[in-house]
Design a protein around this ligand. Sequence first.
Ligand SMILES: Cc1cc2nc3c(=O)[nH]c(=O)nc-3n(C[C@H](O)[C@H](O)[C@H](O)COP(=O)(O)O)c2cc1C
Length: 186
Amino acid sequence: MRIQIEPKNAYHLINHGPCNLLTTGDGTLKNVAPINWVMPLEISPPMMLAVVEKGIYTDELIQKSKEFVINVAGENLAEQVMACGKGHGRDFDKFAKTGLTPVASKSVKPPYIKESVAHIECQVVDQHPHGAVTIYVGKVVNAEIEEGMWDGKSIIPSKAKTLHHLSAGTFVISERTVTVAKKPTP
Ligand SMILES: Cc1cc2nc3c(=O)[nH]c(=O)nc-3n(C[C@H](O)[C@H](O)[C@H](O)COP(=O)(O)O)c2cc1C
């Protein structure tokens, strides 16, 4: 038996992908905000998609530089994720407020966050306005993860302990894997 939930709450059923802090900037200005609605779009060439509310400072800075960095948050960053989701970076310095450390990225102007587990540097190649949001398509130009948190194919959950936001400041912390053994083809 199932219970029905309101259509407006349906997104909570699939809302707990990795919690991402998007960093933006043009080399002088910089900002950080949690933007969870981020997903891979293509493998070759590698593309990411980010859903960003029109008019927030993150949106303004992406429009300026046409670049963004996806920072994957670990359990150490839960407080900072919620703090960066309040208010707008045009009004105060979120790095100073939260203690997050901006570090120069290799291939784009926005910094990455030193305290994150991993980061993905993206250059915007396409954008689609839709209602109150803009869907940005970013080409991956550089990606890095903390040493010891990558097994050659994927992130190691027990080491990375990534955050996954459920709702209203409650998170899941990813810690274990299940592997389905490959069956020989008949
Ligand atoms: C966990 C979490 C996830 C969020 N995900 C998104 C998102 O995917 N897209 C978005 O536009 N805003 C998202 N927000 C809201 C923005 O982070 C929020 O509007 C923020 O204040 C924008 O800051 P800025 O004006 O400095 O860019 C999220 C907030 C939280 C707390």
